[in-house]
Design a protein around this ligand. Structure first.
Ligand code: SF4
Length: 126
């Protein structure tokens, strides 16, 4: 039988930043004390499948600027973020880039796209 484990987390779901007290036995959550329901969901997610939004920049050939800002369409699995950033560091796009354009589809097989967050015209278009 698994040991009871007491865990403390800070909820980052909203600016209130409540302390979350979690009691877990193996994979089973025995008790989660949180300021609201969203905090309980955050605790479960953080302890089973932690995810973060990722925002960075990607190189653009022949663009008005050399880089375009991009972000993940939804929170990305935390253990794969370093690998994702390595791929995005090597990626080179060709201008023009359009806002909401998918620059990397189904990143690392997660089903999550990486999307441009602004328009970036080609340098010859100006
Ligand atoms: S527990 Fe609820 S109120 Fe507290 S920080 Fe999380 S989302 Fe905000």
């Amino acid at each position: 039988m698994s040991q009871l484990e007491e865990i403390e987390l800070i909820c980052v779901t909203c600016p209130k930043g409540c302390k979350l007290d979690i009691i877990r036995e193996g994979d089973t959550f025995v008790k989660i004390t949180a300021g609201c329901k969203r905090g309980k969901e955050y605790a479960r997610q953080e302890l089973t499948d932690p995810r973060r939004m990722v925002a960075t920049t990607v190189k653009v050939n022949n663009g008005l600027h050399p880089l375009v800002p991009v972000y993940t369409a939804s929170a990305f699995p935390k253990p794969k973020i370093y690998e994702l950033l390595s791929i995005l560091r090597e990626l080179q796009l060709d201008a023009p880039i359009h806002i909401n354009q998918v620059v990397l589809a189904d990143a690392l097989g997660t089903g999550i796209d990486v999307i441009a967050s602004r328009d970036l015209p080609a340098s010859s278009a100006i």
